[in-house]
Design a protein around this ligand. Structure first.
Ligand code: MN
Length: 331
């Protein structure tokens, strides 16, 4: 259910901040980082002390290191217990902050800027635009409401979130292309930004895909006949490749025509049989709404969007698939 949201509430928190700590979600993507760095650059321009952080992993994914504003990133240990304004970007729940979640308690005021429908509204001020394709798109609207111009460096960061969260404009929302046009008009190089973020993999990606995709399974009966395609990505499969390579797998698996739902089970690199699970779904060919994987993921302790969601869990592959099928069939 969509609730109204108030851009001016976000503006007044930001406008009166003495200092700002922006927190991105764990295993950050370009939407959370692009949103965080865009906001940081605007605050810095206004003379407001600002830092950006995320709990894990310990390093920014390599594909995002050329984004402007990375000088504002600090390790999680350098985020004080007590901060003035805390802004969480692209986080559907406090749990997405990982070990930095406890900083919510020490904030004078917390502001949640997000576009996940499953958002739990865990801030003092919550500005959640469920219709936005990306948190970056929401940040652009906040900046407009604030009267803060979007310069080329800020546009670079916002484009990073926009292009990744729309899958290179494969699932745009009304306004996505208009925002892209506006960002491109600042002089950014959209082809280069997209290639760096989404279309560049080391050679090791190819043998990794070969191993993982060879194990793909198709269950046509799952989800009341909607079908499920899935793969398991074991820790030994991903040795030597980056998170970007692992995150790319779902985009191949979900193209399977015989299944409306796709799942990729990714084993933690540090803890055996601990998994993060990516789920995807889509509308039926006749336009009937498809399986709501946000609902499925929420029932399994995670969350997300209607057609792109995820959760974390432990167990053997047999446990995992049984747990998912149970929720899909209960749907
Ligand atoms: Mn996002």
């Amino acid at each position: 259910m969509s609730e109204p949201f108030d851009l001016t509430a976000a503006v007044s928190v930001l406008d009166t901040a003495r200092s700002v700590t922006v927190l991105c979600h764990v295993q950050p993507d370009a939407d959370t980082i692009g949103s965080g760095l865009a906001l940081a650059q605007v605050l810095h321009r206004r003379g407001v002390p600002v830092r950006v952080s995320f709990a894990e992993p310990s390093e920014l994914p390599a594909s995002m290191r050329s984004l402007p504003g990375t000088q504002f990133l600090v390790p999680p240990g350098e985020v004080p217990r007590e901060v003035d304004v805390l802004v969480a970007v692209d986080c559907g729940s406090a749990g997405r902050l990982g070990s930095l979640r406890d900083r919510l308690d020490g904030a004078r005021v917390s502001l949640v800027l997000d576009h996940h429908r499953s958002n739990t509204r865990f801030g003092d001020v919550n500005v959640i635009d469920e219709a936005a394709e990306s948190t970056a798109g929401l940040i652009a609207r906040v900046l407009d409401a604030w009267g803060e111009p979007i310069d080329r460096a800020v546009a670079h960061c916002l484009y990073a979130g926009l292009v990744t969260d729309t899958g290179s404009f494969k699932w745009p929302r009304p306004g996505s292309h208009a925002l892209a046009e506006r960002l491109i008009a600042t002089g950014i190089d959209p082809a280069s930004i997209t290639r760096t973020l989404m279309d560049t993999h080391p050679f090791g990606w190819l043998p990794m895909l070969s191993r993982v995709l060879a194990s793909a399974q198709l269950d046509r009966e799952a989800a009341d006949g909607a079908g499920l395609v899935y793969v398991f990505v074991r820790r030994e499969d991903t040795a030597g490749v980056r998170s970007e390579e692992v995150e790319s797998i779902i985009d191949l698996v979900r193209t399977t025509s015989e299944a409306q739902v796709a799942a990729v089970f990714k084993e933690s690199r540090s803890e055996p049989e601990q998994w993060t699970v990516s789920l995807r779904s889509h509308d039926c060919a006749d336009g009937t709404p498809g399986v709501d994987v946000a609902k499925v993921a929420t029932a399994l302790g995670g969350g997300g969007h209607r057609y792109a969601a995820g959760y974390s869990t432990g167990g053997t592959p047999e446990d995992l698939i049984a747990g998912l099928l149970r929720e899909l069939n209960a749907y």
